[in-house]
Design a protein around this ligand. Structure first.
Ligand SMILES: *[C@@H]1O[C@H](CO)[C@@H](O)[C@H](O)[C@H]1NC(C)=O
Ligand SMILES: *[C@@H]1O[C@H](CO)[C@@H](O)[C@H](O)[C@H]1NC(C)=O
Ligand SMILES: *[C@@H]1O[C@H](CO)[C@@H](O)[C@H](O)[C@H]1NC(C)=O
Length: 402
């Protein structure tokens, strides 16, 4: 026998109406709170992955000390691999397992250096600004799930190599050191990390792609920003020649490139982005002149989000990502309210993000407020809600806690 239970509420009866409102309230309020707590837990998880990281062999204590001191850093070697570190103790712990497989000729991507760094990490939308300031450049960013890093480069004569031109990494000219070359600190390091995770060889499949740095997300590309500090064209040429002559990044299919014949953008695990003194004219003409005889362009110009006109006139993927400061986009120097950006600023930002996304350009916003923390976090949250792809972060531990 079936019974139908029917609840009727007579809304004309004030006491019924009051009961109804109270009962609905009694259900909705706790449910909303539960959802909110759940959401917080999920978000917290995504941004807090570092804290439950059992694999990374560096104790966390050192990461909370801000080591914004590139000048005390030393370079260490493991075989022919070189690592820049601001803390000998951190380095000693780390070195034990660094590229062990590569040295011993073992092919096991599952316990490679990249896997040990990034296992159980979700990729988070954060750009490691001035990455060489970190205790361990590259490794700090990757172990925090950040797939965008940046190095400033300077074209200099290398006194240890008959005065040959070399590209040194550093923030200020007086502190540059001959052994801190972009080749040693970044290119070879990234090359080695990728070699360890791609040792199995090509799987014959049309959509085969090389593995990237992130264990949970092997098809995520990583952006290496090269910020040119010296004369644009010469510095750029030496950079590309270094990649071509002194790494296997191209040969092994690790780089994102634009194919001149097929007119096609092909993604790889590593994407080179040029910023600072960008030789825009030279790069725009590469497709015609092919100055490096590659039949492809292996670097991309960091688009200026407030001026996408020259990008619009080019359909050859000259840019895949762009950046702008909060100030130049929304026209405010400081956010005064704890509510973060106001309606008008949000709508300006939204337009810029949409315009870039329509051109297949990812968006990074820099120079967001750092203090007070509530405003900083509110602005970060608002930007992510507007689908901004990357936040710019100097202190990785802040981003981790966010
Ligand atoms: C990875 O595993 C192999 C066994 O497959 C082992 O010989 C090697 O030492 C391990 N490497 C690391 C870095 O743990
Ligand atoms: C490549 O490496 C060699 C040997 O270290 C060096 O002499 C040369 O200058 C490098 N080439 C470029 C383009 O940096
Ligand atoms: C791309 O540019 C070329 C030459 O500049 C032009 O012929 C072609 O139609 C353009 N393609 C698209 C999809 O805009």
């Amino acid at each position: 026998m079936e019974k139908t239970i029917r609840l009727t509420v007579d809304f004309h009866n004030p006491s019924h109406l009051a009961m109804f409102v109270l009962s609905v309230g009694a259900l909705v309020v706790p449910l909303t709170m539960l959802c909110y707590v759940g959401l917080q837990a999920v978000l917290g998880q995504a941004y807090n992955t570092f804290d439950q990281n059992p694999q990374f062999p560096v104790d966390q204590e050192h990461f909370s000390q801000s080591s914004n001191n590139a000048y005390s850093s030393e370079i260490y070697s493991v075989g022919h691999h070189q690592v820049l570190s601001n803390h000998r103790k951190v380095y000693n712990q780390f070195a034990a397992s660094l590229f062990q497989n590569l040295h011993e000729g073992i092919c096991n991507p599952d316990n490679s250096t990249a896997s040990q760094l990034t296992r159980d990490k979700n990729v988070i939308p954060v750009h490691s600004h001035n990455d060489y300031w970190r205790t361990l450049p590259v490794f700090d960013a990757f172990s925090n799930g950040m797939n965008s890093i940046e190095a400033d480069i300077w074209l200099k004569n290398d006194p240890t190599n008959d005065g040959a031109m070399t590209l040194l990494v550093g923030h200020n000219e007086p502190y540059l050191q001959p052994q801190h070359s972009v080749e040693n600190l970044y290119l070879k390091m990234l090359n080695n990390l990728l070699d360890e995770v791609n040792c199995v060889g090509e799987i014959p499949s049309s959509d085969f792609r090389k593995n990237g740095f992130f264990y949970n997300d092997p098809h995520t590309t990583t952006y290496l920003y090269i910020d040119i500090k010296t004369e644009s064209t010469e510095t750029y040429k030496v950079f590309i020649r270094t990649v071509v002559e002194n790494t296997t990044l191209i040969k092994n299919g690790y780089l994102t490139y634009f194919d001149f014949s097929k007119k096609e953008l092909v993604w790889g695990p590593l994407t080179l982005v040029i910023t600072g003194n960008v030789p825009t004219e030279f790069i725009f003409k590469e497709e015609i002149d092919d100055p490096f005889n590659l039949n492809k362009r292996i670097s991309f110009v960091d688009a200026q989000l407030i001026n996408l006109d020259n990008i619009k006139s080019n359909n050859d993927s000259i840019s895949v990502i762009g950046s702008g400061s909060l100030n130049e986009i929304v026209g405010t120097t400081g956010i005064k309210s704890f509510g973060g950006l106001n309606e008008e600023e949000l709508s300006t930002m939204k337009k810029v993000v949409e315009e870039a996304h329509n051109l297949n350009i990812k968006v990074r916003i820099w120079d967001t407020p750092n203090w007070p923390v509530q405003i900083r976090d509110m602005v970060w949250k608002q930007l992510l809600e507007l689908n901004v792809d990357y936040l710019n972060v100097d202190d990785l531990s802040d981003a981790r806690k966010f």
